[in-house]
Design a protein. Structure first.
Length: 457
């Protein structure tokens, strides 16, 4: 068998996963990983904060979907994973913190008894006491989360419970998000003849209520990046942004400032705007698809408060803020309550986020202005008046892709177009299946399989 050479463009979690699975399944393949930054990991960043390692972006991954758990198992990390100490969270709604009903599926309550008095009106409770059969016919394929939830359980549940949770995942609007991408289990349940609520309750009967929902590594989520990097350490070409990809006979030329590399196949795992720039000269059609994807910008500020000034409820992992609250913040996580390894002996560590697809005020603020605005919200919600001992500002501009209705069909059509116009080029990343770590790993694994099949049949 002739040995092949491939390029992975982008060393975020999707690109790293793609390289890892390609190396695992086709060890004879030479893999070159091009990354514009000086270290791999993309948006998975862990750094010291007040003497402990605290994540600057995603701090965990879903435990009930397979891709991240399987990768950790392959890397020998599975036995080191931990799950949250606190299993409940709240909403800041009607001027107070109210517990999120549990059990729920992406914010949809499954037991009326778990809903705090006053959280929902009698009319909304009546809808939740039904089977959840849609009041209006839903499309056979995709629909917006807002359309699905409003049709099955009503507008109030959408705005007060579902949108704060699902909208917080990618800072989007539920009435514009693809349910097929962001909440496929809700779409499947909504199409079930017994009704969405009946279907979700039936599925919940087979679920272990004590099973962890999230996992992380006690050294931070970047431990996964380190393990992948160590397995691929001879493959990296760091600080080597790709400028263009062009065709040369049956090969692809990956062009950088240090010259071209001739390869047999490519996985593009960069942010959509970067992917568009790489492809615009050679493949303007796919480039336009990447360029059309809208992104939200967010910021995450980590605060360290003396425990003499504030101590979080140890039974709660934090709270979400619906857009109807008119607050600047969108969520607050109690790191020490959520994760035992982050319980600081002297400080209460809070991770506070801001920014939505329709609220980018933070982009026009200095770090000091951003911190002060969030401190006002922490005063309103938690009564914190004192100054923090430690503060860290992390900005993520244009970081969270939005998934309009029909997004999955658009991605499938892009696959078809690339197979015809650019055989040997595949793509991975958050735009494929969603922004979560498992979804990005899944996209990288699938791209590796597609490339392997292209190269070796």
């Amino acid at each position: 068998m002739t040995h092949k050479k491939v390029a992975i463009i982008g060393a975020g979690i999707a690109g790293l996963a793609s390289a890892y699975y390609l190396q695992k399944n086709s060890p004879e393949t030479q893999i070159l990983i091009f990354e514009s930054e000086n270290k791999p990991g993309g948006k998975l960043v862990t750094s010291p904060f007040a003497g402990v390692s605290v994540d600057e972006g995603a701090d965990s991954f879903l435990a009930r979907v397979p891709w991240a758990v399987e990768l950790c198992r392959d890397l020998g990390l599975e036995t080191e994973l931990v799950s949250p100490s606190a299993r409940t969270a709240s909403l800041w709604i009607d001027g107070k913190l109210q517990q999120i009903p549990s059990p729920n599926v992406l914010g949809v309550p499954l037991e009326i008894e778990s809903i705090s008095e006053g959280l929902l009106t009698p009319d909304a409770l009546s809808r939740l006491d039904s089977n959840g059969v849609p009041s209006l016919d839903l499309p056979d394929s995709d629909a917006s989360i807002g359309q699905v939830i409003q049709s099955c359980v009503g507008l109030e549940v959408l705005e007060r419970l579902v949108d704060p949770l699902i909208g917080g995942i990618n800072a989007g609007r539920s009435d514009e998000m693809s349910c097929a991408v962001m909440a496929p289990q809700l779409l499947e349940a909504a199409h079930h003849p017994d009704g969405m609520l009946s279907r979700l309750k039936d599925l919940a009967k087979n679920a272990d209520p004590t099973a962890p929902v999230f996992h992380t590594h006690p050294e931070g989520i970047n431990r996964l990046v380190d393990a992948l990097t160590n397995s691929l350490k001879n493959s990296f070409k760091m600080v080597r942004p790709v400028l263009n990809i062009s065709r040369l006979n049956s090969k692809w030329l990956v062009e950088t400032e240090k010259g071209p590399e001739s390869v047999d196949g490519v996985v593009i795992a960069t942010p959509a705007s970067v992917s568009s720039n790489i492809l615009e000269k050679t493949l303007p059609g796919p480039a336009q698809v990447f360029n059309s994807i809208e992104f939200a910008s967010v910021a995450l500020v980590t605060f360290g408060y003396s425990r003499t000034d504030f101590e979080a409820d140890s039974s709660q992992s934090g709270f979400l803020v619906p857009r109807s609250s008119q607050l600047f913040m969108t969520a607050c996580s109690y790191s020490g309550s959520k994760w035992a390894h982050l319980r600081h002996p002297e400080l209460e560590i809070l991770r506070v986020s801001t920014g939505r697809i329709d609220d980018d005020r933070h982009l026009n603020m200095t770090d000091d202005e951003l911190v002060n605005e969030l401190r006002l919200d922490l005063n309103s919600t938690l009564g914190i008046e004192s100054a923090p001992v430690h503060v860290r500002v992390t900005r993520w501009p244009n970081s969270l892709p939005q998934f309009p209705v029909g997004h999955a069909d658009q991605m499938n059509a892009l696959d078809v177009e690339l197979s015809h116009s650019a055989p040997g080029i595949f793509f991975a990343g958050a735009i494929r299946h969603g922004v979560g770590i498992p979804a990005c790993i899944r996209s990288g694994k699938e791209a590796a399989q597609q490339l392997s099949e292209f190269l070796y049949g």
